[in-house]
Design a protein around this ligand. Sequence first.
Ligand SMILES: [Zn+2]
Length: 285
Amino acid sequence: MDAMFVMGLALVITGICVKGTAASCSPGDYRVVDLSHNLDRNSLSFPFNVSFELSILFRGLEPEGYWFELNKISTLEHMGTHLDAPGHTFKGSWRVHQIPVDRLVGPGVVIDVRAQVAKNSDYRLSVLDIERWERLYGAIPNGAIVFMWSGWDVRYPDKFLTFNSITPGNISTFHFPGFHPDAVRWLLRYRNISMIGVDTPSTDYGQSKNLEVHQLTGGANVMGLENVNNLCQVPPSGATIVVPPMKVFDGSGVPVRILALVDKAGQPSRRCPDCTLGGRRPYPY
Ligand SMILES: [Zn+2]
């Protein structure tokens, strides 16, 4: 673990322990929520039909009598729950190793668009949705990581449900929600955000032809998070999000374990009918 990351984590812990200092803050003061899906051979990638592989190089007893396991993993960068580096869709923007570490930790903003998405699976998070959130919780804070919460994670990793198509090999048939380019333009112009994230396969909606949202965030050195899980367990405001990607030199993206630190003394955890810690309600076809 590198020193900067440890320092970042210490700041995070200080930040969410409102009353105390880092020294008085114990792990019991916050709840840690896992916002990633498992990375395995069922993991989904977009738009390439490539699977994650874990091959066993050794698993068994060594002659000296101790147990030993060693595997090799291979993956597309944009697999499962992953980070898009800005360089993914904008020439000259940051690649994975160039992202400053202070951009990998930030206040979480969760914008609930489940009602809109229930009526329209091609829904795009709008400026109106952002304004509605700000009326309730105040201006989006500096360095925010802004999530669209559509409830789509319960469909993952079923590719037919996730891409919402009976032909998931054909990109033009995809129907899932994302950010509207106007909403992203507004965020980039009026707020200072570090990332946007979605519980769907892409920050652009399924019917996008030119990845306009990706182009906008890429050009502004804002990262994207895709196939995010468990947003129902994160309050709309007040959580701290930690996104530590592997430091892949020249990478355009990388699978990532995303964590939300939720202050127990702060807002109560959200009632969560669609997903639970123990199990997952199957999505009805
Ligand atoms: Zn991606």
